[in-house]
Ligand binder design. Sequence first.
Ligand SMILES: CC(=O)N[C@H]1[C@@H](OP(=O)(O)OP(=O)(O)OC[C@H]2O[C@@H](n3ccc(=O)[nH]c3=O)[C@H](O)[C@@H]2O)O[C@H](CO)[C@@H](O)[C@@H]1O[C@H](C)C(=O)N[C@@H](C)C(=O)N[C@H](CCC(=O)O)C(=O)O
Ligand SMILES: Nc1ncnc2c1ncn2[C@@H]1O[C@H](COP(=O)(O)OP(=O)(O)OP(=O)(O)O)[C@@H](O)[C@H]1O
Ligand SMILES: N[C@H](CCC[C@H](N)C(=O)O)C(=O)O
Ligand SMILES: [Mg+2]
Length: 484
Amino acid sequence: MILRDILGNYFTKEKIGNLSINIVDINHDSRKVYTDNMFIAIKGFNFDGHDFIDKAIASGARCIVHMDKVDIKENVTYIRVEDTIDALGFFSSNFYNHPAQKLEIIGITGTNGKTSTSYYLKSILDTAKIKTGIIGTTGIIIEDEIVKMDNTTPDALALNKNLDNMIKRNVKVCVMEVSSHALELNRVDYIDFNIGIFTNLTKDHLDFHKNMESYFNAKLKLFYKTDGFNIVNLDDNYGRRIVDIVKNRAQLLTYSIDNKADVYASDIIYSFNKVDFILNYNGNKMDIKLNTPGKFTVYNALASASCAIALGLDLSYIKKGLEDIKGVKGRFELIPTNKDFMVIIDYAHTPDGLENVLKAIKDFSLGRIVVVFGAGGNRDKSKRPDMGEVVGRYADYSIITSDNPRYENPKSIINDILTGIKNTNIEYKIIVDRKEAIKYALYNAKPKDIIILFGKGHETYTIIDGKTYPFDEREIVSNCLKDI
Ligand SMILES: CC(=O)N[C@H]1[C@@H](OP(=O)(O)OP(=O)(O)OC[C@H]2O[C@@H](n3ccc(=O)[nH]c3=O)[C@H](O)[C@@H]2O)O[C@H](CO)[C@@H](O)[C@@H]1O[C@H](C)C(=O)N[C@@H](C)C(=O)N[C@H](CCC(=O)O)C(=O)O
Ligand SMILES: Nc1ncnc2c1ncn2[C@@H]1O[C@H](COP(=O)(O)OP(=O)(O)OP(=O)(O)O)[C@@H](O)[C@H]1O
Ligand SMILES: N[C@H](CCC[C@H](N)C(=O)O)C(=O)O
Ligand SMILES: [Mg+2]
């Protein structure tokens, strides 16, 4: 695309050089730049992209977008802007011809349930034969292809590139998890959403947002960006605040279990590995049987059903779509053991996530609930004691271990968890090495035990000292089972 067209009417502070050059790609990472690229210098948390401008030019960049004063070289065009992250959003959208405007984009935000809700929604849309792509924690999904990404919500460049790819592959609806980081770090500023979904807000990411109010304000931004419906959980205190704040700006659809919302669940029957309920909407009643247990599962089903209703789908697709779901990888995933105890892998990594899953099984357990868990390093420290306390309240035995220590000392993460678990009477053991912790739980299993491995869910790696190593809990469990 001709550079002048990429710039469009964007406000620039200074332009030096030829604006008629052809740009074949945009990059903000000098390591990915090649001939005839535009390089956008971003100031990040670790590096300043301005330090890589020479490297980008050496690799073939013909246009540099920057904020700071830079040395001017021949045959390179320089565009100085106020904010390069904002420019990345605008230029990427222009370069890919505004893909977000051509797709139905559904954004899901909230502390827990985003990935699960996105898969539930996709199942409903698949049933209605509407081609759907997903962007989220498990990667970018189009048909059977899954491309893993570093982020739940990627940066504006990757977003536009992947949305464009979805259009080329005839996708009609994109269901996107929108993290609070993405909203705060301007990754979705130039993405137009048709529908926004709010799941819930509980303690997480306070390392980044500092307090619940700014975490809430980050999430709130999504509901100012929608032009169709805002879909909100009315049982959540923050959900009710969102309703009050945005009720007049887009159409609103609420869902609930404990309150009378537009879409609500009644007659819920909980079981160990499933949950049945009646979905009520506008005088219609429909019984739904889900293959995952718990109240949280009903919420995820209601959120996705409300979205299908907002899209104008027939209610029969909702029932079939939800009942067809066998499960989502790493979300209450039952691992076959062929033994007299049970193993579950689940991604809960917040106090609320842990509590929801533990509550769901507590009434149905016939033996002990044994929890193997840790907490991520270089992430919210304030949630760790609360996680310990929740496990202590609901489980019968716990092995406290590591979960992606990143650059932190795993022992000090465990100590943070201990300050909470010590407020309870649970018996526990510390085994820093997660593989050993899992082995211990399995080798010492008693009949009817439910062993839950929390925190890693779908992840097949572990991050220690900033390095990523293969780590698949399914594999570890299956190897242990051979010896038992
Ligand atoms: C804190 C944070 O969000 N960081 C994101 C940020 O990285 P950064 O600011 O550290 O970037 P940097 O490494 O300093 O680099 C600055 C610039 O220099 C460039 N560079 C760097 C090195 C080089 O040799 N050449 C070069 O050009 C980089 O391409 C970049 O443009 O920009 C990167 C590219 O977009 C992101 O991948 C990265 O997410 C990191 C991996 C991350 O862990 N983020 C987490 C906190 C996050 O965003 N999580 C949420 C999910 C939360 C949830 O589960 O709810 C998410 O949406 O993923
Ligand atoms: N609606 C919900 N409310 C509370 N907890 C939930 C809910 N749905 C799922 N969970 C629990 O939280 C865990 C994570 O669920 P899921 O991956 O769907 O959330 P997420 O919002 O995508 O998380 P992330 O922010 O890491 O992407 C699940 O494994 C389950 O234990
Ligand atoms: N996506 C979330 C959850 C990661 C879960 C856990 N495995 C960890 O490393 O903390 C985050 O970035 O906080
Ligand atoms: Mg997710």
